[in-house]
Design a protein around this ligand. Structure first.
Ligand SMILES: C[S@@+](CC[C@H](N)C(=O)[O-])C[C@H]1O[C@@H](n2cnc3c(N)ncnc32)[C@H](O)[C@@H]1O
Length: 400
């Protein structure tokens, strides 16, 4: 996430705002600049920021022109009253925002009076930028963090050749998966034991359909779907891991299929046109997407009007212990990103899907050895006695 804070001289307000915003999240890239940069950062700005525990003494005023070719997520102008001309940034930027503050450099009076103006503006900047961070940046940054974990994990699995992983702390991803070997179109090279159901079983795929598989991995469900669409249909697998796509494309080449293709992209922002698919399938993937709302909204967009979806996924009934919920490995292992079953179904309905139906529901137990890694003796016993459960479900819904 790239943010540029802009004022005229880049010596006080924008430097202070940069100082505060930078320390709010390590993944934020923050700069400040001015349209007419001063020669130095104002010494009293450095002093009052030091009082707040932030060292901006190494900063220097920069010209806004330096950022003309950077793809910025936000440009925030921080100029103050009506008497000030706010700078205009002409480079590439997704969002423009104005958060105005008085220029403390205009303060007059005794040294103590000037200092108190700098302190007031510093505190206002800290407050307003903390609010901006909470409102606009926190949740996209968290989503980006979770996606990076998932991407890294599944890319490593693809590179290693399949389930399961090398580290003893890792989840055995195959605890959820079902046996595919009796299915028409099954290709063992594409089966990495990463699914949690058989979505094609209830997907109602017809000959000639265009089927989209979200999070297609090495292509396991795509090849089963292709056996149903036949050669007049089309199967598109979408995945954001290059390593998975390489594996899937190798598999399709080996099989010599002309109507199965694999596309790179993110499920919550698919690089696909509207109304392209008759049927969407997905196997143990949507629980890995931080914004299920955006995922289902995208599914609605890319489905034809008379289209439908059938997905297998992991959901929860009851609460998981905090130690399991917060863990990154378990997030990538389809456990901690899973929603409560009712919340999951509510998101599908809120996206506008009709005739939502669960076809299969199966409880999945986490192995005791895994639970012992996260829970102490008492936590383990409490969890075992609790009503909470992890379930794999296969659910369908239609656009109309
Ligand atoms: C648990 S694996 C399932 C793979 C495949 N469906 C199967 O059953 O073998 C999850 C897959 O989804 C992909 N994935 C996860 N989040 C994604 C996202 N936001 N966009 C696209 N692909 C994603 C991963 O790269 C991985 O290949």
């Amino acid at each position: 996430m790239k943010v540029l804070i802009l004022c005229t001289g880049n010596s006080c307000r924008s430097q202070m705002a940069e100082g505060f915003l930078k320390q709010m999240h390590p993944a934020l890239q923050v700069w400040s600049a001015g349209t007419h940069p001063s020669s130095i950062v104002h010494p009293i700005a450095i002093q009052v920021m030091k009082e707040a525990g932030i060292d901006i003494s190494l900063g220097y005023p920069k010209s806004a022109d330096m950022f003309a070719s950077v793809d910025l997520d936000y440009v925030i102008t921080v100029c103050g009253g009506a008497q000030e001309n706010c700078p205009v940034f002409s480079g590439k930027v997704k969002n423009r925002l104005h958060i105005g503050f008085d220029d403390p450099a205009d303060a007059t009076g005794s040294g103590e009076e000037i200092l108190s103006v700098f302190r007031r503006v510093r505190d206002e900047i800290q407050h307003d930028f903390a609010a901006f961070f909470d409102k606009k940046l926190k949740s996209p940054l968290e989503e980006a963090r979770l996606k990076a974990i998932v991407l890294e994990k599944y890319s490593a699995i693809a590179s290693a050749g399949g389930c399961c992983c090398e580290s003893p702390a890792d989840v055995d991803y195959s605890i959820f998966s079902e046996s595919y070997d009796q299915l028409k179109g099954y290709n063992p090279d594409a089966d990495m034991g990463l699914g949690c159901g058989i979505p094609t079983e209830f997907a109602g795929i017809k000959a000639g359909d265009t089927v989209l598989d979200l999070g297609s991995g090495a292509g396991n469900d795509c090849f089963v779907a292709r056996a149903e669409t036949g050669e007049k249909g089309r199967v598109i697998g979408l995945d954001f891991s290059d390593e998975m796509l390489v594996k899937a494309r190798k598999n399709v080449k080996k099989l010599g299929l002309k109507n199965v293709e694999f596309v790179a992209g993110d499920i919550d922002n698919m690089p696909l046109p509207d109304a392209i698919a008759d049927v969407i399938i997905s196997n143990c993937v949507l629980n890995l997407v931080p914004s299920k709302e955006r995922a289902f909204a995208e599914m609605m967009r890319v489905l034809k009007n008379d289209g439908h979806f059938c997905v297998s996924d992991v959901v929860l009934i009851g609460q998981l212990p905090e130690a399991l919920r917060q863990d990154a490995v378990l997030y990538a292992g389809c456990v901690s990103g899973a929603l409560q079953k009712n919340d999951y179904l509510a998101i599908i309905e809120k996206a506008g899907f009709k005739n939502v139906k669960i076809h299969k529901e199966k409880q999945v137990s986490l192995p005791d050895e895994l639970l012992h890694k996260y829970l102490d003796k008492q936590g383990f016993e409490t969890y075992k006695k609790s009503e909470s459960g992890i379930f794999s479900i296969t659910v369908s819904g239609s656009k109309m």
